[in-house]
Write a protein that binds this ligand. Structure first.
Ligand code: ZN
Length: 286
């Protein structure tokens, strides 16, 4: 068993009780089965940058290797995963992703991926949250891309797609892609639902539009080879949360995934049994 202290970053003490609490021990745990999971961060405040570093270091200690989103998708649609694999993503274009998270990613040799709200970058601040925060500028985003990190669309205005008309939904998806490609001169092939809100309608519309190669939700859980790229799962993660809570929620999601499989198998079995019974009793099929 690994000592809890191994999850703490080396070097000088973090100094505050609050930060120490955030880094408290997680139960010794390793993900040994090959699979892929994607983390979803938003802000990384100055005061929690060390905690963010410690979280990623802890996941590496738990057995994960980090890949960028394109590598993960390639493995997912091809040969599959040979070890626990993780991708780090960010949503919304918060400035702290550039000022605080980027140096940590580079220190750890991780390529991140940022789903951007175009209008937040245009205006230099976020405006959907209760407390607007500074957003990345176009120069920040260009530097992020120049350093080898990925960008995708998160709509133009952080629109809630469930309540959008079909045409507004496509407009949000297409306009954000067009502006990002014009400003950054790179293809934009990946999209994430604002607040993770999606339905079969949004799934069908975005897939049929052919604008993107993948779409990310915030439904938690693991992914394996053959997973639908238009339903990517992501584990929302926050440096404010104690690592033990993050790991517990991820474990819980894994357990619910298997319960979901069992439920679907049971449902299929019961349907099949009912079909056979009706066949025998009435001589017709349903
Ligand atoms: Zn968002």
């Amino acid at each position: 068993m690994r000592a809890a202290a191994s999850l703490l970053p080396s070097g000088p003490s973090l100094g505050t009780d609050y930060e120490s609490r955030m880094l408290r021990t997680v139960s010794p745990t390793r993900w040994s089965q090959p699979h892929w999971r994607i983390l979803c961060y938003h802000t990384v405040p100055d005061s929690l940058t060390d905690v963010f570093r410690a979280q990623l270091t802890a996941f590496r200690d738990m057995g994960f290797c980090f890949v960028d989103l394109d590598q993960g998708l390639k493995l997912c649609q091809g040969q599959g995963f040979t070890r626990p694999t993780m991708t780090v993503t960010f949503d919304d274009a918060y400035l702290t992703t550039y000022t605080n998270a980027l140096p940590v990613l580079e220190e750890l040799g991780i390529k991140g991926f940022h789903y951007l709200i175009v209008d937040y970058v245009n205006k230099g601040r976020t405006y959907r949250a209760e407390n607007p925060l500074p957003a990345m500028t176009w120069d920040n985003v260009r530097d992020w891309v120049r350093r080898g990190h990925g960008v995708g669309s998160h709509t133009f205005t952080h629109a809630y797609l469930l309540t959008c008309s079909d045409s507004d939904l496509i407009h949000e998806c297409a306009l954000s892609k067009q502006v990002l490609e014009e400003k950054l001169q790179v293809p934009i092939r990946h999209f994430a639902y604002p607040c993770g809100l999606h339905s079969m309608r949004t799934y069908r519309l975005i897939k049929a539009a052919g604008l993107y190669d993948s779409v990310a939700t915030i439904r938690r859980g693991r992914m394996w080879a053959g997973h639908d790229p238009y339903k990517l799962r992501r584990d929302v993660c926050d440096p404010k949360w104690p690592l033990e809570s993050v790991v517990r929620v991820m474990r819980l999601a894994d357990r619910w995934y298997w319960l979901g499989c069992v439920r679907r198998c049971l449902h299929r079995h019961l349907c099949e049994r009912r079909r056979r019974r009706l066949d025998q009793e009435h001589g017709y099929r349903i």
